[in-house]
Design a protein around this ligand. Structure first.
Ligand code: SF4
Length: 291
């Protein structure tokens, strides 16, 4: 048995057994030991040359495009997931056999090939990249050596050790801060708010960070919650202890019924605008998405 330390679940893994994310398992090493390893290493389910604003990143290399790549698996269980086919639906793990393998070198070379079409680097996105952080780290290192940038789009539910492995190579992140109550993170998303907040606290010290909150009617759409969430962002500090939180962009995005959450309407646009107004009392850059 070996324990996975990537996220707060600390899954106990044995050979042939996967963790909650459906991706991490243990393999035997040459010296007879056990090593936790992501089965989705290099298994690519989607590649696209996207505008960087689509990540979303509003204040990092605006107007550029970036090769965006995803794999499969996730360590959350958001019932409204937009990418459920590759994240945690029953079919997601079939990608282990179906997805094409792209080595770190091949992906970095692809990014370089697309440079003359406005590509600035690689974005790790679509599913949760950090459950396979080894691929992010290995690829991003080569992308940096080629003089391009790396973007991470993550739910932020990973340990600081994982962050430390990738941060030398990541230039910008969009991290979900999906709500600001433990109830929502624990009971609705099957996640851990404290781990996400710790990850954000550390990430903003090292690279450009933007945050995203999807507003779900009846779950995280109160004015009080948005006031608390935006106040907390505004209090974040850089590596020297200076408060920089007001400058961190927040994307407030609109929910549409999807996957296992079809029991409510799309978020009212007037609610979205009200919540954005509240966030703007604490933050300088607040953007509405999907309205
Ligand atoms: S990353 Fe996956 S295997 Fe590791 S602790 Fe989290 S859910 Fe478990």
């Amino acid at each position: 048995m070996a324990k996975c330390e990537v996220c707060y679940r600390h899954c106990e893994l044995s050979e042939g057994k996967r963790g909650f994310c459906g991706v991490r398992t243990v393999i035997c090493t040459e010296d007879g030991g056990l090593k936790v390893y992501p089965l989705n290493y290099g298994k690519v389910t989607g590649v696209a040359l996207d505008p960087i604003e689509k990540k979303p990143l509003a204040r990092f290399m605006p107007g550029s495009r970036i090769i965006s790549v995803g794999s499969y698996g996730c360590n959350l269980r958001c019932p409204f997931c937009q990418n459920y086919e590759i994240s945690w639906s029953e079919g997601a793990y079939a990608f282990e056999n179906e997805a094409d393998y792209l080595s770190p070198e091949e992906l970095a070379n692809l990014a370089l090939e697309y440079k003359n079409r406005g590509n600035v680097g690689v974005a790790f996105t679509y599913n949760e990249p950090l459950i396979g952080y080894e691929y992010v780290r290995d690829t991003a290192r080569i992308v940096h050596e080629m003089g391009m940038v790396n973007v991470l789009v993550s739910n932020g539910m990973a340990s600081i050790d994982v962050l430390n492995q990738i941060i030398p190579y990541i230039d910008a992140m969009n991290i979900d801060l999906k709500g600001f109550t433990d109830h929502y993170y624990t009971d609705v998303l099957q996640g851990n708010r404290a781990m996400v907040m710790d990850f954000i606290v550390e990430a903003v010290k090292h690279c450009h960070v933007e945050l995203t909150t999807l507003i779900i009617p009846g779950e995280n759409d109160s004015e009080k919650e948005m006031a608390q969430l935006s106040e907390w962002i505004a209090s974040l500090k850089d590596n020297d202890g200076n408060i920089i939180g007001k400058e961190i962009p927040l994307h407030i995005t609109r929910f549409f019924p999807r996957f296992h959450m079809t029991d409510r309407d799309a978020t009212d646009v007037r609610v979205m605008q009200k919540l954005a107004d509240i966030a703007r009392q604490n933050l300088n850059y607040v953007y509405l998405g999907n309205v």
